[in-house]
Design a protein around this ligand. Sequence first.
Ligand SMILES: [Ca+2]
Ligand SMILES: [Ca+2]
Length: 537
Amino acid sequence: PVARLPREGWWRSRRAKRNEIEDGEHLRLPAPTSDGEIYVWISKGNTFGRYPIREIVPEQGVVRFDMGGDSRTLSDGDRYWLENRVEWIREPGDWAVAKVEDGYRLTICAKSPDSLADVEVVLGEGSLIAGRKVHDVVIEGLGIYGAARDGVEIMEGERVVVRRCGAWECGRTGISLRAVKQGTVEGCVAWWNGAGISISYSDGVVIRRCDAGYNNVDGLLVTWQSRNVDVVENCSHHHLRWGHPDNVQLYRDVANVRFQRNLFLAGGQTIMMEEAEKLTFEENAFIGCAANMLIFGHGNARDADITRNTFLCPGYSCMSLTARDYRVFENIFMTGHAGIAYSVRGVPGYQADRNLFWASVRATSPRIMATDAGWLGDFEAVQRSTGQDASSHYGDPEFRHAPIAFAVLDSKRLTECTHATVVLRAGAEMFRVGDHVEFDFDGVARVVESVDGDKLTIDPPLDVLPVKSMLVANWGESRSVALDIRPTETSPALHMGKGGETIGAALDVQAYLRGDFDGDGEPDRFPTPFELGIASR
Ligand SMILES: [Ca+2]
Ligand SMILES: [Ca+2]
């Protein structure tokens, strides 16, 4: 707790007026002092106020403080305590913050030198690091575990930076910025929270080089009238649990959101959007989801540039286009199954070219796209129907190392699954005995022992019974399940760009998973709980 006098309860003033309390009994402190705060119970109106102390004059028994614009009236006898001075620290756990030249210094009384590495806070109802109406703040280098609400919560701020922090097992959100102008969340890790990183009512925010993983619902949220948000070089992965889990969720009137060079791996859906416009997606990798990947949902997510992204292994399709004005250029769409890459039906303002489409080497008669002319499996028919994609192709993108096929468990038949036998929603014909399969992109190769209708038997068995529609990536003969979506030397993606450049997203998935977003071999973020050794897979 914050250091205070008295240690508990209240002192009672003899006289109290604006900016001054007199209390000859208690204010005979050892030495004059300034700084710290006074907390006053203002009996007139039964309210409370906290004000910075200007001076305490022991010989007069007086404390003077600064109520600023607070117009409430103090009365003689009002109760108060003093807090937040280093000399009032008494016991382990007590702390005080003092202004120093270039910032603030936190002084905390530790039980022993060893205990300085960790500070345990009694679990309250709130957030562990909270700021309201703050500006020019940097929160850096903290590992925050188990807040009832948020790990870091900033409400109403300007120029706020949260850098290289880790937040896990927080009840609501790992890191939350609400009503922040010019905010940066950089190099942070948010795992196993309700949601990972949340931006709302904010303008001018950058989320960069963060890792949001295994959160209960969504990984990254940009919501409620947020504007001008850049999401650059992040990894949002393994959002497969409750509600409608998405690697990214946008809703409630957001605009000017740019996603560049992100890895989105294993989600219920990848990016779910509604009431959103002026969106940019450049060089992102969308890998593995149970439903659809890039969802411009509810007829009101519109006006988007979708350029040089790689889509791989969607449960249903790579995009859902429900409104208008989508510009789709130089992307790779590989479904891993015989279903469509996406549907373009009654969509005004759809433009597309120089894209590469592929289903799976195991798909015998795949469909490619649903257009106003129907569900089409012939690529020339797609081109004729949409009048787009003149220089696009249908063919194997030849990734360096990626699944050859993909399916999802049937959520209606989960109760028929055992640890060793699972039921697919569709596409069991894409699996053969001896194939190596990976569940939920967990890094473990399992061997298909038998294929019986829509059931697969696998070895080794699953560790736990499935509770949601698990993702099943088929790696064929390969025992390695390490993703590398960069094109090989013979890939058609290499020269399909407007000036002969490579199309799709060429990011290094393995480096991203290690937190190295710029490829220099050094992690660019806080360590994950696995890397810290405080949790294991
Ligand atoms: Ca969601
Ligand atoms: Ca790096």
